[in-house]
Ligand binder design. Structure first.
Ligand SMILES: Nc1ncnc2c1ncn2[C@@H]1O[C@H](COP(=O)(O)OP(=O)(O)OP(=O)(O)O)[C@@H](O)[C@H]1O
Ligand SMILES: [Mg+2]
Length: 267
């Protein structure tokens, strides 16, 4: 692999309990190359979101990242960032889209003002510059620029999700972390949004860490996939190999439990 953009090394995260601690992530290591889509799959509670939060430095107590864990982004350890560096890092370098992202828009602000907030804070743009950038970003996600004057409730769920993605892209992040980004949407809208993200990725070259319960979607959308079981990364390989020649027994079980909507042909 070329020099990875993201390199997670020996990541161990405990949730500190009153009586005993719970190891949610156990010595996990993986790399994501520039422009690559890496997927994390595994049953509910295996630690996927805990990893996503740690990479975005959004983890909070009782989560505790153990010593010797490293999260390197373009060679810099994300876990060592001080508060000032962290605020720049949070939008400009890593953007995060959650399942409930469409509800993260502020209901009382016009879309253009939500873009302006981000663009002024992180890029020092004037209102006119921000408006121009907003129009450009909305066009990228197939939303007519003149709708920037609207409020969030005037859009459908899928459109709101696309607006959140457009805001994330507005700062040209190097890495986009997506934790169940489209699970709340219907299947058609979900695929449209993922296709759009894929096109944007090809155009701008960012990497994606993609988490979903939908293994079929994951195989189609990801270059490589890591399979997690109870906090451990038990297998990682190309999407095709994970699907066609799964090595770990648990990966085979995951596939067996996943009802194929495509008559068994996913690729
Ligand atoms: N704030 C917390 N306090 C204590 N334990 C937690 C906390 N958040 C998560 N956990 C535990 O850590 C483990 C991993 O949780 P995580 O949310 O990372 O799972 P996940 O793989 O994202 O699951 P899902 O697919 O359901 O979203 C779970 O067993 C969960 O109960
Ligand atoms: Mg989760």
């Amino acid at each position: 692999m070329t020099q990875p953009l993201l390199s997670v090394k020996n990541l161990t995260i405990d949730y500190i309990g009153e009586e005993k601690d719970f190891r949610a992530v156990d010595n996990v290591s993986f790399d994501v190359a520039p422009g690559e889509v890496f997927g994390l799959a595994g049953e509910s509670g295996c630690g996927k979101s805990t990893i996503a939060f740690a990479i975005s430095r959004l983890h909070k107590p009782p989560a505790l990242i153990r010593k010797d864990s490293q999260i390197l982004l373009a060679g810099r350890d994300v876990l060592d960032l001080d508060p000032k560096a962290l605020s720049a890092f949070r939008w400009r370098e890593v953007a995060m889209v959650f399942q409930s992202a469409m509800n993260s828009l502020n209901p009382v602000l016009r879309i253009e003002d939500q873009f302006y907030d981000v663009l002024r804070t992180h890029k020092g743009m004037t209102k006119a510059q921000a408006r121009e950038r907003t129009a450009e970003m909305l066009r990228l996600v197939d939303i007519a620029p003149d709708r920037m004057r609207n409020y969030p409730h005037q859009f459908s769920g899928g459109m709101r999700q696309r607006i959140v993605i457009a805001i994330c892209m507005a700062l040209d992040p190097q890495l986009v972390v997506m934790d169940e980004p489209t699970t709340a949407l219907d299947v058609v809208v979900q695929r449209e949004i993922l296709q759009r993200i894929n096109e944007l990725r090809k155009q701008f070259g960012f990497s994606v860490l993609f988490i979903t319960h939908d293994l079929g979607l994951m195989v189609q959308f990801c270059d490589r996939i890591g399979i997690m079981l109870q906090g451990k990364l038990v297998e990682q390989n190309s999407a095709e190999a994970i699907y066609k020649v799964p090595q770990h027994e648990y990966t085979r079980k995951l596939w067996a439990s996943f009802p194929s909507l495509h008559g068994g042909v996913l690729l």
